[in-house]
Structure formats: structure tokens, C-alpha cells
Design a binder for this molecule. Sequence first.
Ligand code: DC
Length: 207
Amino acid sequence: MIVTIDGVAASGKSSVSSGVARALGIPYLSSGLLYRAATLLGLEGGAVLGDEVAVLAALNSHPIHLEPIAQGNRVWQGQRDLTGDLHSSTVDHGVSIVAVLPGVRAWVNDQLRQVAPPFVAEGRDMGTNVFPQSGAKFYLTASPRVRARRRAQERPEDVDAIEAALIRRDDLDRVQSAPATDAHVIDTGPLDLQGVIAAILAGIAER
Ligand code: DC
């Protein structure tokens, strides 16, 4: 079984995916963390983020490994745990530039497709592009204001600045973020975390 959970930035995908995966007793895979790792390593390697050759060179300098821990995925480059550095505002700002590079998308997709099911896959294009064969697809939305308020609890910036950055990122990520035609779309605005997890588990049980 492959469950796909896609959605816009800060729609709660990671916490929801972790909760669904734990309820099902299977791992979850965060594709966004791999895009973030590519961005961090590109920045550290001095690459111009739109330069695919330079970003891929930074990425391939040491093997990257996504560790699918149920409580929260971790990303390693050799012995270095990159995870704590992947949610900075600098990475938030650059990741959409890196995520449109075809070579980086191929690298992420290849890493994910090497994992043996069952799992929950979380991102933007899990249901459309990476695992279109999934029979359990979900897509999370919420207004920019609701998402900014949630994110303000994790970032030092104020709600207005976060909302503006989210709207910018929605726009840049639009191409790869369309919901699959067979996805259940869930507006998470009126729901808390447990409510979203329950809605997805009910959707899976219905199949
Ligand atoms: O889910 P997230 O916000 O951590 O994702 C970080 C960025 O990576 C986001 O701006 C879009 C990109 N992304 C993508 O293009 N495709 C995916 N499957 C997952 C993330």
C-alpha cells in the first residue's frame, strides 16, 4: 500500500503524514526534506540556486540518505545529520528555485522509488507524478492566513511576513502542486491535527 499526502506549503502535511503513518504502523517519506537538503547543500557549496549542474555537484559530493523515522524523517549526508538546518528561513526562501530543476526532481524521485512499500509519501506531486498508482491519495489545503498563523509558532518572523512568503512560494510551486484528479481534497482550516488524521484514516478505510 502507498498512501500519498500532497498539499500546499505549511498545510500540515508532515505532522499529518507522521500521524497517519503511525496509526497504520508504516513509515512515511518526506519528499520536501530532500528538496530542502538539495537547497542547503547548494547554498553551502556556493552554488547559484538556479544552476542545476552546480546544485547537483554539491548534492553528489557525499551520499544523501532519507531516514524514514515515524516521528519525523531525518536526512543524513554521510555521518552529518542535516535535519536541524532544513527549516531555516534561508532554505524556505531558496527551495522553490531548486525544486523546479529537472535534475533535482529526478534525483528526489529516484530516492523515493527505491523504498519498498508500504509507506505514506508526502509532498506536492506524490499522487500525480511519483506514485500515480496509489489508490489512496489526499491533498491538504488551507488559506494563506491560517497557514501563516500555524507557521508563526515555529518561525521568528511575524504572521504578515510569513503569509507573504507563503503566497510567493505557492506561486513558485504551482506547476508541481496541482492535486491529482483522484485525490480527496481536505480543507484543514476548520480541523485540528487529529481531525485531519481521522479524516484520512476514514478515507483509507472506505476504499
Ligand atoms: O513540503 P515542504 O514545504 O517542506 O517542501 C519544500 C519545498 O519543496 C516546497 O517549496 C516545494 C518543494 N517540493 C516539491 O516541489 N515537490 C515535492 N514533492 C515536495 C516539495
